[in-house]
Ligand binder design. Structure first.
Ligand SMILES: Cc1cc2nc3c(=O)[nH]c(=O)nc-3n(C[C@H](O)[C@H](O)[C@H](O)COP(=O)(O)O)c2cc1C
Length: 250
């Protein structure tokens, strides 16, 4: 299921287009905001969902890997502060972004390079600047998100996770899912294990990227699978493995 394009993004796209054309802003500025223009351009997924291209991910940062590893912790309370689109972009890129120039390989390793994983982001109304509340699916090839469902489902996700209410506090709740058919064809039942291992890689990438951005993340494995699937309105074949609330520390 998919939904209309996010309204906030459209309005911003117009403002950005005007600003860029009249001020003849340099390319770097245009790149930073091009996700908004692309979002209004109406590019669609194979399911017909409108895609919003995310800001270009950065290849460098100010926090070392060592520092991010040392400081990573599971955080269970978040401030109400919104994330920037660039931060959502960076988190999704670290999770499943394509990192091979001209190729298809991703930020996390994948057995047989079969990539059976998907990442969804449940955003609250004050979740990410320029994005309406809803359920977004990350599209690695386009480095974009498609709005797959409307509404703020974070409280329902928290209830599905044995009422861990802190999940609903996070401006962004990422959910990592596996589609086992994409990997069991080659590896049989062992493919299920491989997908779970891959989910761990993705989760750690999200943890470290969050830390490097000055954000904090939590990880949740205690939830009722069927309820999470229902709340996110995702296909039954996408098995939820990990929930990761992300936001600013209080
Ligand atoms: C697979 C997995 C599932 C987890 N599930 C939950 C959970 O449902 N709720 C929760 O509060 N923490 C959960 N955690 C977080 C652990 O409690 C946490 O990682 C542990 O206490 C170590 O703390 P640290 O991550 O801050 O180093 C989970 C961690 C992992 C790896």
């Amino acid at each position: 299921m998919c939904e209309d394009k996010p309204r906030g993004v459209t309005r911003r796209a117009l403002v950005c287009t005007l600003a860029c054309s009249t001020l003849a802003a340099p390319l770097v500025v245009w790149k930073q905001f091009s996700f908004m223009v692309a979002g209004s351009g109406g590019e669609t997924t194979s399911k017909g969902c409108v895609m919003t291209t995310l800001p270009e991910p950065l290849g460098t940062g100010t926090c070392s890997v060592e520092q991010a590893v040392r400081e990573r912790r599971t955080v269970r309370s978040f401030s109400a502060k919104m994330l920037q689109a660039s931060q959502l972009s960076q988190l999704l890129w670290a999770a499943q972004g394509i990192t091979e120039e001209g190729g298809f390989k991703r930020a996390a390793p994948s057995a047989g390079a079969l990539f059976p994983m998907d990442v969804y982001a449940a955003l609250g109304s004050d979740g990410v600047k320029g994005f309406a509340e809803g359920i977004y699916h990350y599209e690695p090839v386009q480095h974009a998100v498609s709005l797959d469902g409307k509404g703020d489902v974070r409280s329902r996700l928290a209830r599905a996770a044995l009422s861990q209410s802190w999940i609903a506090q996070a401006p962004v709740v990422l959910v990592i899912t596996a589609e086992y058919d994409r990997i069991t064809g080659k590896y049989g039942q062992r493919g299920v294990r491989y997908a779970m291992i891959e989910a761990g890689h993705i989760a750690q990438n999200i943890f470290l990227q969050a830390r490097a951005l000055g954000l904090a993340a939590g990880i949740v494995g205690a939830f009722v699978d069927e309820e999470v699937t229902r709340v996110l309105m995702i296909p039954d074949s996408h098995a939820p493995l990990v929930i990761m609330p992300v936001g600013f520390m209080i």
